[in-house]
Design a binder for this molecule. Structure first.
Ligand SMILES: C[S@@+](CC[C@H](N)C(=O)[O-])C[C@H]1O[C@@H](n2cnc3c(N)ncnc32)[C@H](O)[C@@H]1O
Length: 365
């Protein structure tokens, strides 16, 4: 099989799969799986979906970029995707499954969320196989697995990876996947921000995000506004409190982020987009785009996605429009912002964070 990454990367050290994926296949090869029903979680680029395609498995799709990657890899290997087998993370598997497989995500609450998902549709004598790189191991993984299964067996290490084999379903521990974060906005309004497992910055509002919100002013003529990479939607909510009649768009690649933001924004002129590209929003141009952009994904640090989004923002701003972006000071965005926008200045900074204000020139200069 030929498996590659979407989006593509220039970083030669980033791969489309790990030894943990290979170990899961190795384990399945030693298990009687023919005719068995399978569901796969957290298969980031489609290595497992492609190799297990002959089993017609369900795939839980959490990211639009993941969906694009799985589709691309199936097609590149001459395999036909079955859209009915692609489920979003809040969609139960529509029939009983015999085998669940998962790469353990970085977020342990997301691990629990996926485990609960698989556990709920698993037959009584079904098994779940979870793969992870040994360096990402935490004893919490075993504790969580033990809440769902009587028998938690950890394999020997192979190519610096391991698998867990889980058997003997326990009663559903009924874990609530929605976390609550109390937060007071700059105007003194206190609210409880809600977010699903795995959404950025669990337990508190990220400090860079808070810094952006504190310095965020919306001018009278800024009406059409995008919160790019919106996560739980707290930045958009801050704008909504300042300017309730604004046309707000929120966009995130992660399904559970978009669903979380729906819990936090008041109904009105608000549009939610589960997408990894601003092009998907359609024929809208923005007066203002705000963002705390992604610079790592799971265990990887990579600014390529953010840089691609900046290029897209430049194409979607109205003449005279602004792009406000907060970052850790060590992240090197400035050269790219200068390249894509007419001007880029510093709106605010402290020891750790910086807010760049980038502008697109008005038609008359
Ligand atoms: C640093 S977090 C910021 C989240 C939120 N705005 C906040 O401040 O709490 C970055 C977000 O980017 C999202 N993301 C990653 N790649 C993306 C892409 N290509 N398009 C849109 N969102 C993306 C992640 O899912 C994550 O929610």
């Amino acid at each position: 099989m030929n498996i590659s990454r979407y989006p593509a990367t220039r970083n030669q050290s980033l791969r489309a799969w790990s030894a943990a994926d290979e170990y899961i296949l190795k384990e399945l090869a030693e298990t009687e799986i023919s005719g068995k029903k399978l569901a796969i979680c957290n298969d980031r680029f489609g290595y497992l979906a492609t190799h297990l395609h002959h089993q017609n498995p369900y795939s839980v799709i959490a990211y639009q970029s993941q969906k694009a990657s799985i589709m691309m890899n199936l097609q590149n290997n001459g395999l036909m995707p079955d859209p009915e087998k692609l489920l979003n993370p809040l969609e139960p598997v529509p029939e009983s499954i015999d085998i669940g497989v998962m790469i353990v995500p970085k977020s342990l609450s997301l691990f629990q969320f996926y485990l609960q998902h698989l556990h709920r549709s698993l037959t009584e004598d079904g098994i779940v196989i979870c793969g992870f790189m040994t360096r990402h191991f935490s004893t919490q993984i075993l504790t969580i697995a033990g809440e769902y299964f009587e028998d938690v067996r950890q394999s020997l290490a192979w190519k610096k990876s391991r698998v867990l084999i889980l058997r003997g379903k326990k009663q559903d521990p009924d874990f609530d996947p929605v976390d609550t974060i109390p937060y007071t906005f700059s105007n003194g309004t206190s609210e409880v921000i809600r977010q699903y497992a795995g959404v950025f910055s669990s337990g508190n509002i990220d400090f860079a995000t808070q810094f952006l919100i504190e310095h965020l002013e919306v001018t009278g003529d800024e009406h059409t506004i995008l919160d790019l990479a919106s996560g739980n939607g707290v930045i958009a909510r801050a704008i909504q409190l300042k300017k309730p009649d604004a046309e707000l768009h929120l966009m995130d690649d992660f399904f559970l982020a978009v669903e979380s933001s729906k819990l936090n924004l008041a109904p009105g002129n608000v549009h939610f987009h589960w997408s990894d590209s601003i092009e998907d929003i359609g024929n809208v141009e923005f007066d203002l785009v705000v963002s705390n952009p992604p610079f790592h994904f799971a265990h990887e640090v990579n600014i390529e996605v953010a840089v691609d989004l900046f290029r897209e923002v430049a194409g979607k701003l109205k003449p005279g429009g602004r792009f406000l972006c907060v970052a850790n000071k060590h992240v090197g965005y400035l050269a790219y912002l200068k390249k894509f926008f007419t001007s880029c200045t510093i709106l605010a900074e402290n020891k750790k964070y910086i807010i760049y204000e980038s502008k697109k020139m008005k038609a008359d200069g």
